[in-house]
Design a protein. Structure first.
Length: 256
């Protein structure tokens, strides 16, 4: 199923989102140069692995799913997948963080009726295996096409096909900017990955949020309009024009 941004003015729409609940599913230790393009400080950061629950009129919607824990906890699988990129080290409390974090808010796996992925990196798509294949999963078509092609390049850049290469997954493919549900807008922010998307969420109380995900990890990414350190299929020139999330959002939300 392909979705395209509707032509109607989104300001006249009624949002379906009652609450937004941020989740922290793990942490990662990584060089700052992975988060800020051109950084030469040598600084090492510890950054959260986020997900977001949305309580909507149509049920619970989950944005991103965290890591595939067996790939971290099993010694052989860890060596196969994570040890090959030892510049990024996952830090977890064990168990299944997604299940535990949702349970803290009274939400179970079966309560989630829709999943949206910002992109297919292993720290965002790794929890898909926990859900029924009947649950619809929204992702940019460009992202899925990239993640399923040109092996082993995507894996060398953080995508593990074992997380998402299941022909039974109920993919809902987005082509460009789209309204996924009333008050939930996806905006393409490519660069970190070819089909990375960020989100604008409008709540029924009149508040709203911009969720960048990996289009920018740090405040300085947006204050200084500097993209993330890791990017694929995006040159320095096109990054300046198309891949800087803060500029993209200013354009996308200026009339909202």
């Amino acid at each position: 199923m392909s979705l395209r941004r509707p032509s109607r003015d989104p300001r006249v729409d009624m949002t379906s989102v009652r609450r937004l609940i941020p989740l922290t599913l793990a942490w990662e230790r990584l060089p700052k140069s992975f988060s800020v393009h051109g950084d030469t400080s040598g600084e090492v950061l510890v950054e959260p692995v986020p997900a977001v629950l949305l309580d909507t009129d149509d049920g619970w919607l989950l944005i991103d799913t965290g890591m595939n824990m067996p790939l971290i906890n099993d010694p052989w699988l860890h060596k196969r997948f994570h040890a090959r990129n030892n510049q990024i080290s996952p830090i977890t409390a064990g168990g299944e963080p997604l299940i535990d974090e949702m349970a803290a808010h009274g939400v179970g796996l079966d309560d989630v009726s829709r999943i949206v992925l910002s992109h297919l990196h292993n720290d965002h798509a790794g929890g898909l295996r926990l859900f029924s294949v009947d649950v619809p999963v929204w992702v940019q078509r460009t992202e899925l096409d990239y993640g399923l092609a040109d092996h082993p390049f995507p894996e060398q850049h953080g995508m593990f096909r074992i997380d998402y290469d299941d022909p039974l997954i109920n993919w809902q493919l987005i082509e460009g900017d789209a309204e996924i549900a009333p008050g939930i807008w996806a905006f393409t922010t490519p660069g970190h990955t070819p089909g990375h998307q960020s989100f604008v969420i409008e709540l029924q109380d009149g508040s709203g949020f911009v969720l960048p995900f990996d289009a920018g990890d740090l405040v300085e990414n947006f204050e200084n309009e500097i993209g993330p350190g890791g990017f694929v299929h995006c040159t320095a020139e096109t990054r300046g024009n198309h891949c800087c999330a803060s500029r993209r959002w200013r354009t996308s939300t200026a009339t909202r």
